[in-house]
Write a protein that binds this ligand. Sequence first.
Ligand SMILES: [Zn+2]
Length: 196
Amino acid sequence: MVLPIVAYGDPILKKKAAPISEDYENLEGLIEDMWETMKNASGVGLAAPQIGRSIRLFVVDPSPFAENEDICEEEKEQLIRAKKAYINPVILEREGEEWAFAEGCLSIPGIHEDIFRPEKITIVYQDENFEEHTEEFDGLAARVIQHEYDHIEGILFTDKLSGLKKRLIKNKLKNIVKGKVDVEYRMRYPKIKKPI
Ligand SMILES: [Zn+2]
């Protein structure tokens, strides 16, 4: 089932999400819905707060980046390997030089800005069977994972922009809050009341 994506301005996106246990209700169905919601919106990642659940869970599929001819085999392998659901993840280490990439976010449609992030991460997470894994990623895979990880920490990419950049996109952000945005997937806006 495709779920509506929570738009910028909703307080849930600013909240640090809570860990979940194995008995979380219908987790399998929720993860399935998140995959469907992400694909429907042509996203490469989706975190649970973006569908209105403040829990430490995100799904990532950066494999569309692997279709780019300029991407080397090693990075392709990582982009494909990174595709999974991450439950209760913790980034243990961030290493390497920070590099900029124009990021976007399904909760912040129509805005893309250069964001600096470290090159490499080590992450520990649980899979759908609550088995623990530790993995290393770099490049675009590490970038997408760090973006989604920020979501469960209550951080948006726009929080990382300079004061000047923030002022430049202020009106665009205000329009998203009001739902004045052209978007091809279903969204839930903070200031629009549900029709009765
Ligand atoms: Zn995002």
